[in-house]
Design a binder for this molecule. Structure first.
Ligand code: PDD
Length: 285
């Protein structure tokens, strides 16, 4: 089991991997990323992540990048690591080029990756649920593109940590709850699951979609519908969803309990169903 990096075709130890100072990802945040996780030696939902990656590249008018080559590289790095339960970051920047805001006339997309064991969430957090705070969404208007420009997310997460909370939820100026700093959010209200519709204001989470599909399978009523901060306060259950977050119960928001303050039945059911879908059911707690 080895933590490894990949830089434009070359696999090497993470400490030895470097990028040039004129990489546009570094100078302008002109780069997109994906985060994959594996369960029991297999990367989960690879094609869904590649679909989203292709969309991010297209929306930012990147030069063509071969999906097959990226898939091969991801699988090659993952196999080389030998890590059963890994987290793999893939980042593609537009080019290395002398600093100029406009796209460079030459220069190819730069592909870098890292692979490491997943830092599992502490079991206590999964059992008692997370506390979150709400913050004003100061992000740009294309949060549907998975770019490395994450400064508002970084600041919001830090604010949560300083408040003794696990995460922050972005709320719009007109009180719509968007998503977490690195996760989507669901609530259960009047027996229905609600999550923000797919608009440019949120990331189309792979886990979010898996959960919506699982709701159909489990006959749990679910709707992609806007909900407000007050709806969140009044919800019976709430949870975050994401690749390593999986289904993480939220039991406190802005210092107040959600529902009875315990992890609710729909949250529990969906956590188990997601772990089963990922082939990790036996490890579920
Ligand atoms: N983040 N929303 C935001 C803003 C995210 O950054 C992420 C993922 C999600 C959930 O997407 P998915 O279910 O596809 O992981 C929602 C990754 C995990 C990260 O930044 O590390």
């Amino acid at each position: 089991m080895t933590e490894l990096a990949y830089v434009n075709g070359q696999i090497l130890p993470i400490e030895q991997a470097v990028v040039p100072i004129e990489d546009r990802g570094y100078n302008f945040g002109d780069a997109v990323y994906e985060f994959f996780a594996s369960y029991r030696g297999r990367l989960y939902r690879v094609e869904e992540h590649l679909n989203r990656l292709e969309r991010s590249l297209r929306e930012l008018h990147f030069p063509p990048v071969s999906r097959e080559e990226i898939r091969d590289a991801v699988l090659r790095l993952y196999e080389a690591s030998g890590i059963e339960r890994a987290g793999l970051y893939l980042q593609i920047s537009r080019a290395v080029a002398p600093r100029d805001h406009a796209f460079p006339a030459t220069g190819a997309p730069q592909v870098i990756m890292t692979v490491r064991p997943v830092h599992e969430k502490p079991p206590e957090l999964r059992q008692s649920g997370a506390a979150v705070i709400t913050v004003t969404d100061i992000r740009w208007a294309r949060c549907d593109i998975k770019t490395v420009q994450l400064l508002p997310n970084v600041l919001a997460k830090q604010q949560a940590v300083e408040a003794g909370a696990f995460d922050a939820l972005f709320v719009s100026e007109d009180e719509v709850v968007r998503e977490g700093t690195s996760s989507n959010v669901f609530i259960v209200s009047a027996g229905r699951l609600l999550t923000h519709p797919l608009t440019p204001r949120i990331l189309p989470g792979i886990t979010r979609q898996v959960i919506l599909d699982l709701c159909k399978k489990l006959a749990l009523p679910a709707e992609e519908r806007f909900f407000s901060r007050n709806d969140l306060y009044a919800a019976d259950e709430a949870f975050l969803s994401g690749t390593v977050t999986e289904v993480l119960p939220i039991t406190r928001v802005d210092g107040n309990s959600i529902g009875d303050g315990k992890v609710g039945p729909a949250t529990q059911k969906l956590y188990s169903a997601l772990r089963e879908d990922a082939g990790a059911a036996e490890q579920a707690s």
